[in-house]
Design a protein around this ligand. Structure first.
Ligand code: OSB
Ligand code: MG
Length: 378
């Protein structure tokens, strides 16, 4: 069992519609694809850093540098017996969780294919709670809707997604475009599962904004205050009935424990990329279960490669809230995997059952979106 070739690609996939958040607008999704080869098996992973350091400090350029100069050599200089061996080696690198997670994902796929198991089977075997839990055939998924030009436009967009079958809607908010949007949606759709995501755009001085939406029956308020903050979220959560959910602030199971134990949030958004990979994501899932805190899987507008891993991890038992896992068509004209991810009329998505990520890479589509690539050998 030995990996002797690793390839990095920078890909650019145009989004069907611009995605606007409190930190900016994206029109093209730029990610890194990691391919590992050895023993006749190929593993694939996606690194969810972006073109700019807006959501986190990582960019595709920092991820490429950290992968090329540090993380890829770790794989060539050591014998890995399981995917969980990689984060132990990678721990020597401080931070750069997205770079780590992209390579770890490719290793999980490679090991899973070697054992003829699906990623969902691998993750269920690795978790510590409910070891005998069954892998669901399908999971309930949601859609994350970016800021629109007006409240009416947002209502129309949301109606479209509800008509497609989605049963949980998340909207992005930013100062000046918040309570009004929640009110407009509640007037049209009083009973839908609705939540908001601020992407760190507010301060404690804005507490009244959140009080004003506290009676709107929201599932949660995601990352209202500063990225990396725990302390101020404790103060805000004390003022609200609605659960706070942390995204940007949680980089590890230790962060999750601090936040849950001290009451900074009641729910955690798990993004494998943000926490350094599936190994750490499973630890957070287990820890949250011990705290009776629900988790759900966040998204980074992934291609089908990253989406496959997210869907597999979202099949674990404590992922009790629908994730930001939408159909390939919600993002892109054409995905780079086959079959594409689809959502049925009940708002559910199938969990792949094939080996590893359980979807095939469409090489001509991948080649068409590749901007640059580099090959590394043991
Ligand atoms: O905060 O959850 C977020 C996309 C890019 C960066 C941050 C976030 C998001 C999303 C998109 O909300 C979710 C998806 O992939 O559909
Ligand atoms: Mg978020």
């Amino acid at each position: 069992m030995r990996i002797d070739r690793i390839e990095l690609r920078l890909i650019e996939m145009p989004l069907l519609a611009p995605f606007e958040t409190s930190f900016g607008v994206e029109t093209v999704e730029e990610h890194l694809i990691v391919r590992v080869d050895g023993d006749g098996i190929t593993g694939w992973g996606e690194c969810v850093a972006s073109e700019g350091p807006w959501y986190s400090y990582e960019t595709n350029q920092t991820a490429w540098h950290v992968l090329r100069d540090f993380l890829i050599p770790f794989v060539f200089e050591n014998e890995l017996r399981a995917p969980q061996d990689f984060p132990k080696l990678a721990a020597r690198v401080r931070g750069h969780n997205m770079a780590k997670a992209g390579l770890e994902a490719a290793l999980w796929d490679w090991f899973a294919k070697g054992q003829e198991k699906s990623l969902a089977q691998m993750f269920h075997a690795a978790q510590q709670i409910e070891r005998d839990s069954k892998i669901p055939e399908k999971i309930t998924v949601g859609v994350s809707v970016g800021l629109q030009s007006s409240a009416q436009e947002l209502v129309a967009r949301v109606r479209g997604f509800l008509d497609e079958g989605y049963t949980r809607i998340k909207i992005k908010i930013k100062p000046g475009r918040d309570v009004e949007l929640v009110r407009a949606l509640r007037a049209e759709f009083p009973h839908i599962r609705l939540q908001v995501d601020a992407n760190s755009a507010y301060t404690l001085a804005d507490t009244d904004v959140f009080r004003a939406m506290d009676d709107a029956n929201l599932l949660l308020i995601e990352q209202p205050l500063s990225n990396d903050d725990i302390f101020q979220h404790i103060k805000l959560q004390r003022e609200l009935k609605t659960a706070i959910c942390l995204d940007e602030s949680i980089h590890s199971a230790d962060d999750a424990e601090a936040a849950l134990q001290m009451g900074a949030c009641r729910i955690i958004n798990i993004k494998p990329g943000r926490v350094g990979g599936f190994t750490q994501a499973i630890k957070i899932h287990d820890l949250a279960a011990q705290h009776n805190a629900p988790v759900w899987c966040g998204g980074m507008l992934e291609s089908g490669i990253g989406r496959a891993g997210n869907v597999a991890i979202a099949s674990l038992p404590n992922f009790t809230l629908p994730g930001d896992l939408s159909a390939s068509r919600r993002y892109f004209r054409q995905d780079i995997v086959e079959p594409e991810f689809q959502v049925d009329t009940e708002g559910m998505m199938r969990v792949p059952t094939g080996g590893g990520i359980g979807v095939q890479i469409v090489m001509k589509n991948l080649d068409a979106v590749t901007q640059s690539s580099q090959l590394f050998r043991r």
